[in-house]
Design a protein around this ligand. Sequence first.
Ligand code: 7TS
Length: 446
Amino acid sequence: MPLDPNILRADFPILATKVHGKPLVYFDNAATTQKPQIVIDALVKYYTEMNANVHRGLHHLAEVATEAIESAREKTRAFINAPSVMGIVFTRNATEAINLVAQSYGRTHLKPGDEILLTQMEHHSNLVPWQLVAKTTGASLRFVPIMDNGLLDLTAFEQLLTPKTKIFAFTMMSNVLGTINPVKDLTAKAHAVGAVVCVDAAQGAAHLPVDVQALNCDFLALSSHKMCGPTGVGVLYGKETLLNAMPPFLGGGEMIRHVEWETATWNDLPYKFEAGTPNIADTIAFGTALDYLRGIGMANIREHEKALTVYAFEVLSAHRDCTIYGPHPTMPASVVSSRTCGVEGGAPTAWPAGGATQAPVITQRGGVISFNVGDIHPHDLGQALDFEGVAIRAGHHCAQPLMGRLGVVATARARFYLYNTKEEIDVLSAALEKTRRFFHQKIARK
Ligand code: 7TS
């Protein structure tokens, strides 16, 4: 059943906030999402009824807390259809999960001459960890280019894949372009040359159904706070055989089996990678967030966001001086591939004959809309929209090399989620028009 954002909004108390006297329109969901009341309640319930350290106490509360955190692990396993909870490692965030793979797997397996393949659309979290490991191992970095339409260049990808490629790490969904990469196909091709595949699903898992067994990726990272859960919790999914063969990432309590003065042996999975006291309350509440998302259905969330994305393109493209970056959602891929990454305002609505028979790009595009309006700096735009109650993000979005590829230093960005509505896109559009007029009047007065 299609979801009704107007009903779901009631689950999120913060959405009733007024900003500068205007109703909050929250479009900064790529940075972090809002939390439903049941997630907030789960945090309070933990501290009022269960607080104890986990996995080590023999008393009642310790058992209750341990059961609750392990239940969150099982919910995570089910959410991404992992074969076993042994492959579900809790981390602080997606960033830490990727660093775990880079440091533990990468440092052990990479040597000079090896290549780590990334893409031009990576968030710094899936770039800098690999730069660090490349420096320490002597491996080199390669990048799959993006085409002008914002999709990955798959021909170049196949050329870049060689037996030297030991790791292929890429994002499921770009936090700037909204591009959804064909994870299953890319993974199969990388496996064919013997590379191990690490998927950054920080954006993807929050907005798309994810099945790690169907994708057959080796590692997958995600962040709780981008999917209605609290901050401070991330997940690394890894294939058990790989995780078992990897050395620990951090040392301390919980990750050991036996310790002597000079040496130690390691705990079973997943605890080998969970040194120290975990973020118990937030992890349990993350489990509640997953219940919430499953209740709505990820496929329904995806459909809702598709509709919002198509609508936003329609509305924003009508602004003559608005440039939108990333794949155009309603153009067939064949048409889109000959166009530039920035879709200028007033883009044509009728595509060449024959185009309509091909799948439109919406299948490869999520609800992230990065844009610029004329020569207004995105930071000024962000501030002006805030006065209208509209929360967007402006900046490089932790993707500085991608900004260079797009030929800009920054963009404004709106990212939709299950609680956003078409009416809110209208509010954004009206606020943009007001801002544009204000800035143009200012320039005219100079
Ligand atoms: N990967 C992608 C694709 C992301 O969008 C982000 C965060 C991360 C990794 C890192 O997630 P973290 O939870 O470990 O910080 N993206 C953004 C963003 O676009 N604006 O703020 C954070």
